[in-house]
Design a protein around this ligand. Structure first.
Ligand SMILES: [Zn+2]
Length: 372
C-alpha cells in the first residue's frame, strides 16, 4: 500500500492518493453512470450520465477529504502536526505525527470527522428536499452525496479501533482508566472482536447466499483487525523506547574477529560465543560485520581457505549508528530495512553492537516489569 502520489498541499498538509483509490473511483463512477443515474432519470445521453457519474464521484471524494480535514484542523489546533492525508480504497486517513496528549483532545479530534460528514449530509439533504426540483440529474447527485456522507458518519462511528468510533471509545476508556496504553488495549480488543464478527457475517453471506458482496465485509474486517494490532504494537514500541538511547541497549561486551581469520576459525568462534554476528576488526580499524548468514552462503569445503574479509558485510553497507540516537527511531529503521544488527560507532571507534534481539528482549523486560 505504499504506492501513493501527491495530489496537492492544503494548509500545509500534503494530500496523497494511493493507487488503490483509482479502482474505487472507477467502480463508483461506473455504477453511477450505468446503474443509478439512468434508472433515476430516464432518457438522457450516455455522455450526460457519465459526466454526472464522474462529477458526483469527485464530490463524494471531496467529502471524504473534508472529513479528514475535519480531524486534521482540530488536531492542528490541539498542537498535533499532521504528516499527510491519504485517500485509498476504503476512504481516507489523516496521519498525525504524535498521539493526542489527553483523552479530551483525542475525543475532540476524532469527533470532528463524523461531525463534518453529518453536517455535509444535512446540508445536501436540505438542498435536495427543500430547494431542488425532482427528476434532474443534479438533484439525484445531491441526494447521493447526502446519503454517502450519512453512511460515512455512521460507519465511522462503529466502535472498532482505529475507526473513529473506536477512537472515541478509547478516549472514554482513557478518561476513566487514566492510562492510555490500557485504554488502547481494551479498544483494540473490542475492535478485533467487531472485525471478526464482520468477517464471519461476510463468510455467511458468501456461503449461504452465494453473494460475493460478503468478500468486501471480510476485507474491511481484516483491515480493521490488522490496523488495530499494528497501532497497538507501535504504541507499545514508542512507550517502551521513549527517551532510551542506543547506548543504553547496545552490547558493549564485544567479541570481534580478524578479517584474516578463515571461515573454519569463524565457525569455532560462533560455536564458542553463541552470537549471531561479530564485528570484523583489525588493529583499531573496523572493517564491517560478519554474520552466520554471510557464512552459510559459502559451501563448507571452502571454509578452510576462505577468509572473513571475503564474505563480510563491509562497513559502508552495514547499518552504523550513533550511540546517542533515539532507540525507537532505530527500531523502526531496522524493521523497515530488515536489518538484524547494527554497529554502534562513536567518532569512528567501535563502541558496541545493537541487535533487534537485544531490543526485543528489552521490550519484553519492560512489559513484564511495567513502565514505572
Ligand atoms: Zn474519521
Amino acid at each position: 500500500m505504499n504506492s501513493s502520489f501527491r495530489l496537492v498541499t492544503i494548509k500545509g498538509i500534503p494530500v496523497e492518493i494511493n493507487i488503490s483509490w483509482l479502482l474505487i473511483f472507477f467502480l463508483f463512477s461506473i455504477s453511477l453512470a450505468q446503474g443509478y443515474f439512468p434508472t433515476a432519470v430516464e432518457g438522457l445521453s450516455p455522455a450526460a450520465y457519465w459526466l454526472a457519474g464522474v462529477l458526483t464521484t469527485l464530490v463524494v471524494f471531496a467529502s471524504v477529504l473534508t472529513h479528514e480535514f475535519g480531524h486534521s484542523l482540530v488536531a492542528l489546533r490541539e498542537g498535533i502536526p499532521i504528516k499527510k492525508i491519504t485517500l485509498f480504497i476504503f476512504g481516507g486517513v489523516a496521519q498525525m505525527e504524535t498521539e493526542p496528549k489527553s483523552a479530551a483532545s483525542e475525543f475532540k479530534i476524532t469527533a470532528a470527522g463524523p461531525l463534518t460528514s453529518l453536517l455535509i449530509a444535512l446540508l445536501a439533504g436540505a438542498v435536495y428536499y427543500l430547494i431542488l426540483p425532482r427528476g434532474l440529474l443534479i438533484s439525484q447527485a445531491v441526494f447521493i452525496v447526502a446519503q454517502i456522507n450519512l453512511i460515512m458518519a455512521v460507519f465511522n462511528l462503529i466502535p472498532a479501533f482505529p475507526l473513529d468510533g473506536g477512537r472515541i471509545f478509547r478516549a472514554a476508556a482513557w478518561f476513566f482508566s487514566k492510562n492510555m496504553l490500557t485504554a488502547t488495549r481494551v479498544a483494540v480488543g473490542l475492535g478485533s472482536f467487531i472485525a471478526f464478527i464482520g468477517m464471519a457475517i461476510g463468510f455467511m453471506i458468501i456461503f449461504f447466499q452465494g453473494d460475493l458482496w460478503g468478500l468486501w465485509l471480510i476485507f474491511i474486517g481484516w483491515m480493521i483487525y490488522q490496523a488495530g494490532q499494528s497501532s497497538y504494537s507501535q504504541l507499545v514500541f514508542k512507550e517502551t523506547f521513549s527517551g532510551v538511547k542506543v547506548s543504553e541497549l547496545m552490547s558493549t561486551d564485544l567479541q570481534t574477529v580478524s578479517p584474516d581469520a578463515t571461515l573454519e576459525e569463524l565457525a569455532d568462534h560462533f560455536l564458542h560465543h553463541k552470537f549471531g554476528a561479530f564485528p570484523v576488526v583489525y588493529g583499531s580499524t573496523t572493517h564491517g560485520l560478519v554474520s552466520l548468514q554471510n557464512m552459510k552462503a559459502v559451501p563448507r569445503d571452502e571454509w578452510p581457505e576462505k577468509r572473513v574479509s571475503q564474505v563480510l558485510t563491509p562497513l559502508k553497507e552495514a547499518m552504523v549508528l550513533d550511540p546517542n540516537t533515539d532507540a525507537a527511531e532505530v527500531m523502526m529503521k531496522m524493521a523497515a530495512q530488515d536489518v538484524g544488527r547494527a554497529l554502534v560507532m562513536d567518532k569512528g571507534d567501535l563502541v558496541g553492537l545493537l541487535s533487534r534481539t537485544d531490543m526485543m528482549r528489552f521490550m519484553q523486560m519492560h512489559m513484564v516489569l511495567g513502565s514505572d
